[in-house]
Design a protein around this ligand. Sequence first.
Ligand code: HAM
Length: 398
Amino acid sequence: MRDFYPEDMVWRNRVFDAFRAAGAAAGFEPYDACVVESYELLARKAGEEVGEQIYHFLDKSDRHLALRAEMTPTLARMVAQRQKELSFPLKWTTIAQCFRYERMTKGRKREHYQWNVDIIGEESILAEAEVIGAAVDALRRMGLSTCDFKVHVSSRRFLGELLASSGIPADRHAQVFLALDKRGKMPDAEIAAMLKDGGLSDGEVEATFRIMETKDFAGCAELVELFSLAELAGFADALQFDISVIRGLSYYTGIVFECFDTAGEFRAIFGGGRYDNLLTTIGGEPATAVGLGFGDVVVTELLKTRLGEDAARVKKGIAVGFMFPEQRDAAVKLAAQLRAAGECVNLSLRAQKPKKFFSHADQGGAAKAVFIGPDDVEKGVARMKNLETRIEDELCLS
Ligand code: HAM
């Protein structure tokens, strides 16, 4: 699991601030829930990786509980619980701590925070556009541009139609999707073997691989609409059709998408899609939904490489110090006055030599510093130094 030292929190806050600002800017309402769920709600279909990665345990009353691996089942549970009272479409957002017992690799940890944005109860593709648009906005707020990342989009419905037209029946598609999602992670020969185990003939396996070469999405009305909405909303340059995007979770039914860095260095930055049946699966009334999960791990690694390790640290606040114990009271009073005026003040806890104080203030990320010596108290005036410009202002000590 992860420890966040202050230098890590600076990055986490920068990323979370962008998540919250982008969610609010697009009109998503925040919600939250406990990280512990019933195992039954989270337990998933065979073949789904995330089902095998759930941390679960029995509590003292023998209830089978689990730490959530993702927020989507919890969201579906919360909506189903109040489905009659809520007015749809809902636009909800959260930053959820998630746990997955997976192999630790670059960008994948056993604990991560995942920003979720979901729209429930809206069939139109504008829902996809709003959700993806919010995620693109978050990336831009963090300081990245569409040169750094691309959102790869496809449609399971479209892929299903292509498979059906090659004679592969709909009841095989779920298995085909799970096998195809492994492409790039395992050799094609193994994927072919998985497809054959799923009941596909040699000819059908061959046809499936041929379909994966599809470059043209003109035959898919929902993708055409998504691209035209993205054009209007100003993020078409972030989108790219990619038939190989399948998604490892079996609840997706329509458009699916995954965001990657353009250099191809990292794992997925975010992923999501439309899921039409999850609410009924957990006992709710039918409701269509679309959403995404955007983890904090990959994007932070990407930001560090693109903007520099120290880029998140902004100089702010005022450091207040004093030379001898006799000036402590004046420093305490000044700090209180500055704080009352709305400033963030880091007051030294003990007397210091000026050199040490100023180097500490600089390393600690202060924008300005006031150092009070015996002369200052005598004159009743101290100087506040801007640590970047070196310009000094006078302050009254009273
Ligand atoms: P997911 O693709 O499993 O989808 O995860 C979404 C994102 O969470 C990934 O793209 C990645 O940024 C982050 N993530 C996942 N696992 C890890 C990990 N072990 N370490 C670090 N980051 C990770 C879902 O979870 C869906 N529930 C998303 C969704 C919401 N679909 C509809 N609404």
